[in-house]
Ligand binder design. Sequence first.
Ligand SMILES: NC(=O)c1ccc[n+]([C@@H]2O[C@H](COP(=O)([O-])OP(=O)(O)OC[C@H]3O[C@@H](n4cnc5c(N)ncnc54)[C@H](O)[C@@H]3O)[C@@H](O)[C@H]2O)c1
Length: 321
Amino acid sequence: MSSKKKILIIQPIHTAGIKLLEDNSDYEFEIVENTDVEFLKSKIKDCDGVSIRTAKLAREVIDSANKLKIISRHGVGYDNIDLESTKKNNITLAITATANAVAVAEHVMFMLLYISKKGNMYDDTVKSGKFNDRNKLPKTVELWNKNILIAGFGRIGQALIKRCHGFEMKVFVYDPFVSKEIIEQHGGIKVDSLEEALKSMDALSLHVPLNEKTKNIINYDLLKNMKKNCIIINAARGGVINEIDLDKALNENLILGAGLDVFEIEPPDTNNPLLKNNKVFLSPHTAAFTEECMIRMGKETIQNIIEFFDDKLEKSKIVKL
Ligand SMILES: NC(=O)c1ccc[n+]([C@@H]2O[C@H](COP(=O)([O-])OP(=O)(O)OC[C@H]3O[C@@H](n4cnc5c(N)ncnc54)[C@H](O)[C@@H]3O)[C@@H](O)[C@H]2O)c1
């Protein structure tokens, strides 16, 4: 029997990450694209480690792994992993903590600018011969001096605040778990009530994890009291905003627009009204899909596995279960 550690790579990752395993004689690996439960159960049985992207890693899959010691998430959100069975089976859950904050923060700026600058204006107006109707062209808005609320001030929130300051925005932060001092050190203003703060915001960007407390944290009750020019960006998780409520609020002109990278169900149902709402700017969960970030995430996913078995994995990369 081989003494090599066996790693199951569920959903392909960047070759830069794979190379780390190819170059290490302590490991063998298999890459699988099929994410069906029965298939994964048969594959995971004798594996020591697993890397996973966005596919679900269900309880019965984790329970059927006899040797599994580490699940390495390619990314930082881990709502696709069954945490109870991970904990019960004493498995370490690692995330690519240092890889993707910058890419997501840049994506948020892209969405904010696209919506405020009306990125679709050329198609909507000029193509229909209105180039010279200068007074009829829609007005765009500046980010300068606008209030933005960052909800969730972890890695991504902290990367975003620097970029917002670059545009001279006034940044407010809602995160009950981060102190006023830390927020002020980053040049932010701490707010304690999401509901109160949202009444005066021109933009909101969500960077909280999805859990029971954050599910539907943005709902009609909040949306109806927001400024009519407010832009909402969600590059966190779909379930954080109630999608029906968001669609309603946009249709009732309660807010200006929304940039959505994530959806409650992915891929989104083709009947999801937000897909057809022209006040919504969409991307297919690709906020972290820069070439640079895919290389970083691919490498860090595998490095986390190797460092775990070498007893060198940093605490900051391990999820507390
Ligand atoms: N679109 C993408 O491709 C993409 C990529 C990376 C991460 N994400 C999502 O973004 C989320 C944030 O990533 P991160 O790396 O910044 O995570 P993080 O863990 O570093 O930060 C999350 C922050 O949210 C705060 N928080 C937790 N519960 C809260 C609550 N109820 N209200 C307000 N704040 C709360 C925490 O205190 C923490 O500071 C991830 O959980 C993931 O779901 C999406």
